[in-house]
Design a protein. Structure first.
Length: 265
């Protein structure tokens, strides 16, 4: 059976601005770190794969010294403590319902499950946070059918293809039998680097990025009675009419390899 693999943040739900950003800022407050990211500043931080890596990016030598973090071991311990707290805050935000699923997610997951497709999430976010978003987006019953590859399961995070290569190995699927849904240029590079056909559903933080190499770029997956999918780039003529259906994803899988293969952006 084919596999449908989702990124988490910005794909399953609009998590970055309304979940991760306030969770980072609350954590910095809790640990008396004199940093508060604005939306504009965080738009740059989302280009860094991984929450711990984003936190580490603030630690200039002077800030580390002022926080009493005088060697690499102290920095590593602090980052782990901060990230555990950040994950707790983030999970609370997810469970509060402030981040609804993006249009079409529950619909396409139900369609894929009913058709016997394998389902997975491949994300650089911490696994507990990913599972919380997934359950909230598709419900506990459908979430139970997902394989989740998240956090530090690979050392090289997106845009490296490692997490998608791991997902393919664990699922036992060849690249030509899987479709990925991503929202960022980094995620697209990771998926295409693993030889995967990729649909991009742009998010608020990524709309202006370069998505050369995507099989389809849309505003969202769309829902029949809700937000409609707008095709932003459709190099293979899939022509989604308001919604991206499972049949459209199958059409992308059926493309000849030479048609699909493009230079990695």
């Amino acid at each position: 059976m084919p596999a449908l693999i989702f990124d988490c943040d910005g794909v399953l739900a609009d998590t970055e601005q309304y979940g991760h950003l306030p969770a980072f800022n609350q954590t910095f407050t809790d640990f008396h770190v004199p940093v508060q990211w604005s939306v504009q500043e965080y738009a740059e931080k989302v280009k860094i794969g991984g929450g711990k890596e984003r936190m580490r990016s603030i630690l200039t030598p002077s800030l580390a010294e002022s926080l009493g973090l005088r060697d690499d071991d102290a920095v590593d311990r602090a980052i782990l403590s901060w990230h555990r707290r950040k994950t707790e805050v983030y999970k609370g935000l997810v469970e509060s319902g402030v981040m609804p699923a993006r249009p079409g997610i529950a619909r396409i997951v139900q369609e894929a499950h009913d058709a016997g497709w394998m389902l997975a999430v491949a994300s650089t976010s911490a696994e507990p946070a990913v599972r919380a978003v997934l359950a909230h987006a598709v419900g506990d019953d459908l979430a139970a059918h997902f394989s989740v590859f998240a956090g530090d399961v690979v050392s090289a995070k997106k845009p490296a293809p490692d997490i998608y290569l791991l997902a393919l190995r664990e699922l036992g699927v060849e690249p030509q039998d899987a479709v990925v849904v991503e929202d960022s240029a980094n995620g697209l590079r990771a998926a295409v680097g693993a030889g995967l056909r990729t649909v991009v559903t742009v998010s608020g933080f990524t709309r202006g990025e370069d998505f050369a190499g995507a099989a389809l770029v849309v505003s969202s997956l769309g829902d029949p009675d809700g937000e409609q999918a707008e095709a932003l780039a459709d190099p293979h003529g899939v022509r989604p009419s308001g919604v991206v259906t499972l049949a459209a994803l199958q059409e992308l899988l059926d493309l000849p390899a030479a048609t699909h293969e493009t230079e990695t952006p």
